[in-house]
Write a protein that binds this ligand. Structure first.
Ligand SMILES: *[C@@H]1O[C@H](CO)[C@@H](O)[C@H](O)[C@H]1NC(C)=O
Ligand SMILES: *[C@@H]1O[C@H](CO)[C@@H](O)[C@H](O)[C@H]1NC(C)=O
Ligand SMILES: *[C@@H]1O[C@H](CO)[C@@H](O)[C@H](O)[C@H]1NC(C)=O
Length: 310
């Protein structure tokens, strides 16, 4: 079967099938501001802040083990906390290399994650690894296969930039056994002025979704999600015409995030909490940029703005 859909028609089809809004989720780190691994009580505090201040009951993580070389055992800490809080977890693996893949898989096996039932939303193998060039598509396909065999009752997916999904470099992944496709989209990193950010975001998401539907030959075999979007708040670095600031983050939240949820697409906001311990990154523009202020909450879990969609 070969389905041709124009990008915006694809979104409209998805939106008309089910009328409920998309699910709002938050990206959460697995270390505390002082660099220690988050324990169950730390995740409980995270979930309380999120569920008290938003309508979200879904989070995603990035690594099951690593925190500056320490072994965090994140699955064993986060899943019991989530179960108590009524939150679902999309558990992340950060498999930058085969040794790291095994190291990331071990704590997931050890936690016997399928015992948590619906609390485990799924598992993502890798985040932007093709974009960053830290693993190959072949490696990713083999790891997804391996996770499907190890956890046959769990949804397995992967996350990458919307352009990686859209430009053919992930077609073998799309044809493979994945259940979840997380496409990340940041108009901020496309150096867009806030006034053009929502349009840029919708076009990126629509293109990634349309390509996935076309290559998979199905409108819904793969559950499409926006794996990350966000806008840095006060203290953040500007990127071209994209100006950091909490006022702009709030504008972006209302016009982009709430609108895509209205179109019945699931959205993960990057990220829930500021990470004052995070190292600066070198952006696509070769400039040093701080990554400490992307939270819609401070690192003390205080909301920076109203996160309810009207
Ligand atoms: C780091 O922060 C966590 C969470 O606030 C706390 O439980 C832990 O004791 C702190 N560790 C150190 C070494 O200060
Ligand atoms: C596809 O997009 C990704 C992410 O921007 C990029 O790294 C990669 O080089 C692109 N591949 C092709 C074949 O254009
Ligand atoms: C606004 O966004 C659209 C979609 O990404 C893009 O084609 C256009 O060039 C942008 N306009 C400006 C002024 O950057």
């Amino acid at each position: 079967m070969h389905i041709r859909v124009t990008p915006l028609a694809a979104l409209a089809v998805t939106a008309s099938v089910v009328r409920a809004a998309g699910q709002l989720g938050f990206a959460v780190g697995n270390v505390n501001p002082n660099g220690s691994c988050k324990k169950r009580s730390d995740f409980e505090a995270d979930f309380k802040a999120i569920t008290d201040n938003t309508h979200s009951t879904l989070v995603r993580t990035y690594s099951s083990s690593d925190s500056f070389g320490n072994l965090c055992n994140t699955p064993s800490e986060i899943l019991p906390a989530a179960q108590n809080a009524g939150v679902k977890v999309l558990l992340g693996m950060w498999p930058d290399g085969i040794d790291v893949y095994e190291k990331e898989k071990a704590p997931i096996v050890q936690a016997n994650v399928e015992q948590y039932g619906d609390t485990l939303f799924g598992i993502t193998v890798g985040s932007e690894g093709l974009y960053r060039g830290t693993y190959s598509e072949g490696e990713l396909v083999s790891w997804i296969d391996d996770m499907k065999k190890t956890f046959p009752n769990t949804k397995i997916g992967t996350a990458d930039s919307w352009s990686s999904w859209n430009n053919g470099s992930m077609d073998a992944v799309i044809r493979g056994p994945i259940d979840l496709a997380l496409a990340n989209g940041f108009p901020y990193w496309q150096y867009q002025d806030i006034s053009n950010a929502t349009k840029t975001y919708f076009e990126a998401m629509a293109q990634a979704l349309a390509h996935i539907q076309e290559v998979s030959g199905s409108l819904d075999r793969i559950h499409f999600m926006n794996g990350e979007t966000g806008w840095p708040g006060d203290g953040g670095t500007d990127a071209g015409a994209a100006l950091a600031g909490t006022d702009n983050a709030k504008i972006y939240w209302d016009s982009a995030v709430c609108a895509l949820l209205d179109w019945n697409v699931d959205v993960f906001w990057f990220e829930a909490f500021d990470e004052p311990n995070k190292q600066d990154a070198i952006g696509d523009n070769s400039q040093r940029a701080t990554e400490k202020f992307w939270g819609s909450f401070t690192s003390d879990r205080v909301p920076k703005f109203d996160m309810r969609c009207g």
